[in-house]
Unconditional design. Structure first.
Length: 415
């Protein structure tokens, strides 16, 4: 598949905001800052009013400056550095083109439901531990250790209707929580978000731009452990794209016009505490990263922990500074950005506390520090908490910050 930076620009009462969805595995803070600066130079949009998220497609180029593990996988080679250098200008160009095509439009939204595609990938096992991706038809699995978010939020934009013609499709923004690590292999692919876009274009026409923002899916993927069939490759991405696309097409039937109001943007920088590490752990991590050749799951986990320890040590005690951004349009619609692979329980908590009817949450947005589990999962252990570059309770800090910003913007909706 081709990989895109897809941009949606909104304007209301001379205020503008832009949303960019990248067919990449992540965003970095430096990438976002440089892209926002380039957007300010080439458009009338304030950089602070730009939300940049990644779909988390694993079959795209690596990015520079994502951490030591990424560097070891090609993050510092010449191709990666050259691509990362030019990427902000490509993102800015997508936003410039979107702004150039601004036209009076009608916005509608709806909430669909798809409860059979996504699965929590953490499980309680018979030995009392919590497993991660335990494998299909594993007899040691007792039950999932968490939930999913089946909500499929759809925002649809079309040109205004006239007496003679119906509105022309412009864009569809889809928000759904599920890890897109489906196609595998060494070929570029947008994974199932690309397949979804093809399905929607098949109904709405080739000019339809479908943006996909991943919801909080740090502990959710597409693997059904109770189904023995393989679930990887382009055909699996297509299967998912068709099913998710069908949900979007069904949701079109229940779309309702958005109540218009002011377009408002607010952000907060949050200082997330670091996990505690010891000097002995740092020394062991250096050794493990340098010498480990163990391809077993235990060997993999040793490397995951080692790279985490070295990244934390390099911060020299400085907390993780991350951005939470909220964009609101009127009293019903809001977007929330979160800076990593966020556990679904945290996203559900934000939606529960949000005063907006439609709350779209984009993870891996405006930078990423990797996995951010909920507090309970730290105690349960395994891959995501072991990998996390922030301490237990960090996710709940993000929830509180997002809820505060949402309340503030909703309170200002009529002002």
């Amino acid at each position: 598949d081709d990989l895109y930076a897809k941009a949606l620009v909104l304007e209301q009462d001379n205020e503008r905001a832009a949303f960019v969805c990248l067919d990449l595995i992540s965003t970095t803070r430096s990438l976002v800052e440089r892209a926002r600066a380039a957007i300010e130079n080439s458009t009338r949009i304030n950089g602070a009013s730009v939300m940049i998220s990644a779909t988390h497609a694993h079959t795209g180029p690596e990015l520079a400056s994502r951490g030591r593990r990424s560097d070891a996988q090609g993050g510092q080679n010449e191709l990666t550095l050259n691509f990362s250098e030019k990427l902000p200008s490509l993102i800015a160009e997508s936003v410039r083109l979107a702004e150039q095509q601004l036209t009076p439009a009608r916005l509608s939204a709806g909430l669909g439901r798809e409860a059979h595609l996504s699965f929590n990938r953490r499980f309680y096992l018979r030995d009392g531990s919590v497993g991660w991706n335990p494998g299909k038809l594993n007899p040691n699995v007792v039950r999932p250790a968490g939930t999913i978010d089946p909500e499929v939020a759809v925002l649809y934009a079309e040109t205004l209707m006239t007496n003679r013609t119906a509105g022309r499709p412009l864009a569809t923004y889809v928000n759904f929580a599920m890890h897109p690590d489906t196609t595998g292999g060494n070929k570029y692919s947008a994974d199932y978000p690309g397949a979804l876009a093809r399905v929607v274009a098949g109904y709405k026409g080739p000019d339809m731009i479908t943006l996909f923002a991943n919801g909080t899916c740090g502990n959710i993927n597409h693997v059904d452990v109770n189904w023995g069939a393989p679930q990887s490759g382009q055909q699996e991405a297509q299967r998912i794209g068709v099913i998710l696309g069908a949900t979007v097409l069904q949701t079109y039937k229940s779309l309702a016009p958005i109540k218009l109001g002011a377009l408002r943007v607010r952000s907060a920088l949050v200082q997330l505490p670091l996990p505690e590490i010891t000097a002995a752990e740092v020394g062991q991590a250096r050794l493990d990263v340098k010498t480990s050749r163990d391809n077993s799951r235990d060997g993999f986990m040793k490397l995951v922990h080692g790279y985490k320890v070295l990244d934390i040590a390099a911060r020299e005690g400085q907390p993780q500074e991350v951005e939470v951004q909220v964009v609101a349009l009127g009293p019903e619609l809001a977007w929330v950005s979160l800076p990593g692979e966020i556990f679904v329980e945290l996203g559900l908590a934000i939606k529960k506390r949000s005063p907006f009817r439609y709350t779209l949450i984009a993870e891996l947005a405006n930078g990423s520090i990797g996995y951010i589990p909920d507090r309970r999962s730290y105690a349960e252990g395994n891959y995501e908490p072991v990998s996390a570059r922030c301490a237990a309770g960090s996710g709940e800090m993000l929830v509180d910050t997002a809820a505060k910003l949402l309340a503030e913007l909703h309170g200002a909706a009529g002002k």
